[in-house]
Design a protein around this ligand. Structure first.
Ligand SMILES: Nc1nc2c(c(=O)[nH]1)N[C@H]1C(S)=C(S)[C@@H](COP(=O)(O)OP(=O)(O)OC[C@H]3O[C@@H](n4cnc5c(=O)[nH]c(N)nc54)[C@H](O)[C@@H]3O)O[C@H]1N2
Ligand SMILES: Nc1nc2c(c(=O)[nH]1)N[C@H]1C(S)=C(S)[C@@H](COP(=O)(O)OP(=O)(O)OC[C@H]3O[C@@H](n4cnc5c(=O)[nH]c(N)nc54)[C@H](O)[C@@H]3O)O[C@H]1N2
Ligand SMILES: [Mo]
Length: 698
């Protein structure tokens, strides 16, 4: 379908794909009437979709046509206060002229690295970042961003161990006789895996879930190890030790395919089952039973998630978990091995299409945005250009980030689809298209296929795709952008052109490529030197803060006895769609932690540590491990009573390997501030949380 055809009138169904940040990337069939989306449903084109899509995307038109949608560029009103979302409408020309002028002024006064572009996945389409934007910022020599908020430790570890070896395909979980779901919650964060797990269980497969929460899958599991967050490394090492000690290590495999198993064994020796179980606060017998099942049953697959990486030991946890299939010899059969992210497993090199090299400018780790805005001096950050990201709510040390955004001498541009919590702090807001309004390519990091994201409707009001906006800004700055990266459509065609002929044909003709279902160590091998798995990679050892396979205990445990985790829920994708959640969020707490604090469901509590506090109602929930609290990620500031999300309590400490975020390493205390009874009488409780703003920019 072309951009200028008959979308404005009549009824039609357009096939596209959902590129949102989820492993599933569903095929969609979208009904359009008179240029307006009337229904979003699954398309049978993609058999992984299995006839259903999530309720979030089904309701995505509530975002497209919703009250929070940004319709026009806007600038902070002359008497406007930052943070209040008070904007007046300007034209695209005015907006881009202002930005270009400001960028030149900053470059000439402070140096171009006083400009910090900050972006992450956005809609997570392959081309809504690292096309024109990357070329512009590289050529202008702004500060660079280390995009480490997610998957940095697990990516560093999988790359070092296995290169870009694709994982076990979801369909192949049916062939597994043992499934280990470790630090992942597919029931919310990639739920098309669940039917395959169910099918395997129906055929007699055993299920082990390792998670501090009794998730939906944990309830079905044969063994649930409710580990203390941050202790997975020792749990996995105890299983390694069990394998080595009891003759279950696959010596042939280790000899042929791996290096340095002796070094791994020496580290594992430090962790007998009882010692690991005590540190992880789990039953030693249960851990031993899990080790036995893993030793004895094949095919066995580990679904390794991202929940286990988000703590001080996250890199070593991923390392100890992902080396298990090598030591136990679980590869070489369908349904055996591991799945992590498959995004790197494709035949082409991501980002190879940015023809401009990275400049040698300052690198800012996005987990340190608060520090960068408040503390960096050489030069200070004078312009923040936010797109594809909502840092005011999603990044660690929220209060420091907000403190930075308050700075009067910081010029903040926010380019987004809706008036996010970050956009409210902007000097200039720019309206972006959603994935129904532009072309893109969706690359699944679950099943690994590519799909065409088709434009379904015309952009709403003045919304524009990233490619077009960055190309136009570049031309105002006298920066050359490759012709083939100047629009969404051209970028898609260009990147398609870099694919092998067969894959390109499939993508452009069918809209989807064939889903790979390789057997690890039969069809695919580590893309490492000599195809070997180095179980003690020197590169990681040098990077690691305290060596490999090491556990660091938590120094804050005495002052703040509870650990707050903030995993994904089925209500939002990160903070995307959070605007459609009017109900206030609830903190979940285990009954015994609640009782000792005299807390009941419905009471309002203060959750706090040295970094900040959150006020919200609690729900007493026996599915949480004792000592662990849960407040989901993806909340908007209006979702709690005082405008703080979980990140107000998350420190900006980095993981042991990969410099990732420690979201689940958050030590806190909780006290009651209002009882459920008073709360139900509508006693006025303070609220700093922003409410929806309404002004002409929308
Ligand atoms: N609906 C929906 N889907 C999503 C997302 C979303 O926000 N919403 N986000 C997407 C993105 S960006 C990502 S990265 C993935 C993440 O998806 P997942 O890999 O599922 O990661 P999380 O949701 O962070 O956490 C998964 C589980 O880890 C547990 N956990 C927390 N700390 C620990 C620990 O120390 N050890 C162990 N063993 N478990 C722990 C949590 O209780 C949780 O149940 O999901 C993607 N899919
Ligand atoms: N406490 C806690 N915090 C977390 C996590 C956690 O586990 N706990 N998880 C972390 C993880 S895994 C991740 S991945 C990060 C994600 O954090 P972010 O990268 O901030 O993700 P989103 O909140 O979804 O913000 C993406 C924004 O991009 C906008 N957008 C979408 N498409 C486009 C586009 O084409 N153009 C433009 N200009 N904008 C677009 C969306 O409207 C949305 O506002 O959050 C992290 N934050
Ligand atoms: Mo993520």
């Amino acid at each position: 379908m072309s951009k200028d055809d008959s979308t404005n009138w009549g009824h039609l169904t357009v096939e596209t794909a959902c590129p949102l940040d989820c492993p599933d990337t569903c095929s969609l069939a979208v009904s359009v009437e008179r240029g307006r989306i009337t229904k979003i449903d699954q398309s049978p084109k993609h058999d992984a979709t299995q006839g259903f899509i999530c309720s979030k995307v089904r309701r995505f038109s509530d975002r497209i046509y919703g009250l929070d949608r940004l319709h026009h560029p806007g600038r902070l009103k002359p008497i406007g206060v930052k943070g209040q979302g008070e904007f007046e409408r300007v034209s695209w020309n005015q907006a881009l002229d202002t930005i270009a002028k400001r960028m030149c002024h900053i470059r000439d006064t402070f140096g171009a690295d006083a400009i910090l572009p900050i972006s992450y996945g956005g809609s997570n389409g392959l081309l809504s970042q690292d096309t024109a934007d990357a070329q512009l910022f590289r050529k202008f020599k702004t500060s660079r961003l280390a995009r480490n908020v997610c998957a940095a430790p697990t990516t560093a570890v999988t790359d070092a161990l296995y290169g870009r070896m694709p994982g076990v395909a979801y369909d192949d979980y049916r062939h597994a006789r043992l499934i280990v779901v470790w630090g992942a919650n597919p029931s919310t964060s990639g739920f098309h895996l669940v039917p395959h797990i169910d099918a395997a269980i129906d055929e007699g497969a055993a299920l082990i879930v390792i998670d501090p929460r009794r998730t939906a899958l944990a309830k079905k599991a044969d063994i649930h190890l409710a580990v203390r967050p941050g202790t997975d490394v020792v749990v996995a090492l105890a299983i390694h030790r069990f394998l080595f000690e009891n003759g279950f290590a696959d010596t042939d495999f280790l000899k042929t395919h791996t290096l340095h198993s002796d070094k791994l064994r020496a580290e594992a020796d430090n962790w007998p089952i009882e010692r690991a179980a005590a540190v992880a606060d789990i039953d030693a017998e249960l851990l031993e039973r899990a080790a036995e099942l893993y030793a004895e049953i094949s095919p066995a697959v580990i679904r390794c998630g991202w929940g286990l990486e988000r703590n001080r030991n996250g890199g070593n946890a991923a390392l100890a978990v992902l080396t298990l299939p090598a030591v136990a010899g679980k590869f070489g059969v369908r349904g055996g091995g591991f799945s992590m992210s498959s995004s790197k497993a494709n035949a082409f090199d991501e980002n190879s299409w940015i023809s401009t090299d990275e400049p040698d400018t300052r690198v800012v780790n996005m987990n340190h945005l608060g520090r960068a805005l408040n503390e960096y001096t050489d030069p200070p950050v004078k312009m923040l250009f936010v797109y594809n990201c909502n840092p005011a709510v999603t990044l660690p040390h929220q209060n420091l980030v907000l403190e930075g955004l308050k700075r009067k001498d910081l010029f903040t541009v926010v380019f987004d689809q809706v008036m996010t919590d970050t956009a409210r702090w902007a000097d200039l807001v720019l309206p972006a298209t959603t994935f129904f309004e532009h072309y893109d390519i969706a690359l699944s990091y679950g099943h690994g296929n590519l799909q065409l994201v088709q434009q379904v409707i015309e952009p709403i009001e003045d919304a524009r795709p990233n490619t077009d906006v960055f190309s136009e800004l570049a031309s105002r700055l006298g920066v050359d952008i490759d012709e083939f990266l100047r629009t969404d459509m051209e970028s898609v065609m260009h990147v398609a052109g870099t694919l092998s002929e067969t894959v390109r044909e499939e993508l452009l003709t069918n809209g989807i490529t064939t889903r790979p279902k390789p057997v690890q160590f039969v069809d695919v091998f580590p893309r490492t030197s000599g195809k070997k798995v180095d179980l003690f990679p020197q590169k990681l050892d040098q990077q690691s803060l305290n060596g490999l396979y090491q556990f660091r205990s938590d120094k804050n445990q005495d002052r703040y006895p509870l650990t707050l985790v903030s995993p994904a829920t089925d209500k939002t994708t990160n903070s995307t769609l959070g605007e459609l959640r009017p109900r206030l969020a609830r903190l979940h707490i285990n009954p015994s932690d609640a009782e000792s604090r005299d807390l009941s469901t419905g009471d309002v509590a203060r959750i706090f540590n040295d970094l900040g506090e959150i006020h919200c109602a609690v729900t007493v929930n026996p599915d949480l491990k004792r000592g662990v609290l849960n407040l989901p990620k993806g909340l908007w500031r209006r979702s709690t009573m005082n405008g703080s999300t979980a990140n107000a309590l998350v420190s900006d400490d980095l993981t042991d390997i990969g410099e990732g975020a420690c979201f689940n390493d958050t030590r806190v205390q909780v006290t009651r501030i209002v009882t459920a009874e008073l709360e139900s009488q509508n006693i006025a409780i303070w609220t700093d949380a922003p409410t929806r703003s309404s002004n002409e920019v929308h």
